[in-house]
Design a protein around this ligand. Structure first.
Ligand code: ADP
Ligand code: MG
Length: 325
């Protein structure tokens, strides 16, 4: 029996189950006028309502030709990955597909809470408890993808959505436009994601693997906890230099206030060598993400002893030391 990888060429899947609807999209859906939900280089996402059911959806309108190249194959791959991932509640659901002369429309489950990006950069940033819960969910989704030999390759706060924002709902992973199958014989190299989240091996032209996503998970955890982008430089070149030199500060005030386990969690992902990084499954087992009741309470006596004998850590005494540069 052929594995999914056997059907993949250059990491792209070409078999889909969905019926491609040929009638005009607007026969079956009303597009809600006004603000679009999001926009990328080649896609616009709009909120719409299915006429027959009254249900809300997010319609991703994708141009078939981009920079004079036919990209239908890539869109079919994105559909195939979404179909494969219907078994995971952490990945957005695909409802229907439409094809017009110059566009395809992916009708997706509507994630009403929007991007986690908005909360990462706002004053009402996530609490550490929120981040733990959301991070667990993202890891469950990523673990599912990796078990099925799919790498996302564009994990960032703009591609992680929420079912609701207040109260804080559950996450949904979106945007499989850069995703690839990794079990194929040929090695994959050089698929460029977003500069700030890109792993060192992408920059040095080395093979892509599931560990490439795990680097991005480390950046994501850092951003969700601090609101700071760890490698962001003045320009792309500086960002890439920061990444390839692993120029990241663990001295930020925002990090010092956290459970030290959060820091160790990030550090087991932001490793230069892909083989040194934790897998999604290992991340889910990390002490930081365990439910509070699973952590053994420290005996009172031991706790007081350890406090009285503990010495100040040299790394935290020198305030605001900017060693880098
Ligand atoms: P692109 O490939 O252009 O980045 P995405 O699939 O990431 O396209 O969609 C672009 C943006 O549209 C997302 O970052 C998000 O803000 C919004 N969006 C995408 N899908 C949905 C959805 N199912 N529900 C709500 N908003 C969505
Ligand atoms: Mg996107």
């Amino acid at each position: 029996e052929p594995s999914p990888a056997a059907r993949s060429v250059g990491g792209l899947l070409s078999d889909i189950q969905s019926t491609i609807m040929q009638q005009p999209f607007t026969d079956n859906y009303s597009i809600i006028p006004g603000k679009e939900l999001g926009r990328g280089k080649f896609a616009v996402v709009r909120k719409c309502v299915e006429k027959s059911s009254g249900h809300e959806y997010a319609a991703k309108f994708m141009r078939k030709r981009r920079k004079g190249k036919d990209c239908r194959t890539e869109i079919i791959h994105e559909i195939a990955v979404l179909e494969m991932a219907t078994a995971s509640t952490r990945v957005i659901n695909l409802h229907q597909v439409y094809e017009m002369a110059s566009e395809m429309v992916l009708v997706l489950e509507y994630a009403a809470g929007g991007e986690i990006f908005n909360q990462c950069v706002s004053d009402e940033a996530f609490s550490e408890e929120d981040v733990k819960r959301l991070m667990r969910q993202i890891l469950e989704g990523v673990s599912f993808l990796h078990q099925n030999n799919v790498v996302h390759l564009d994990l960032k706060p703009q591609n992680i959505l929420l079912t609701s924002s207040s109260p804080l709902g559950d996450i949904k992973i979106v945007d499989f436009g850069l995703s690839r199958m990794v079990s194929s014989q040929q090695e994959l190299r050089e698929i460029m994601g977003t500069p700030e989240y890109v792993a060192p091996e992408i920059l040095s032209y080395e093979p892509i693997s599931t560990a490439t996503d795990m680097w991005s998970m480390g950046v994501l955890a850092y951003v969700m906890l601090t609101g700071l982008s760890p490698f962001l430089g003045e320009d792309k070149q500086e960002t890439f230099l920061n990444i390839s030199q692993l120029n990241v500060s663990y001295q930020e005030e925002e990090l010092q206030q956290l459970d030290p386990a959060a820091l160790s969690f990030i550090q087991m992902l932001l490793c230069k060598r892909p083989q040194d990084r934790a897998t999604a499954e290992q991340c889910l087992q990390h002490p930081w993400l365990q439910a509070p009741e699973k952590i053994l309470p420290v005996k009172d006596q031991e706790a007081s002893t350890s406090i009285s004998t503990s010495e100040p850590q040299s790394s935290t005494t020198a305030a605001g030391d900017e060693e880098q540069e």
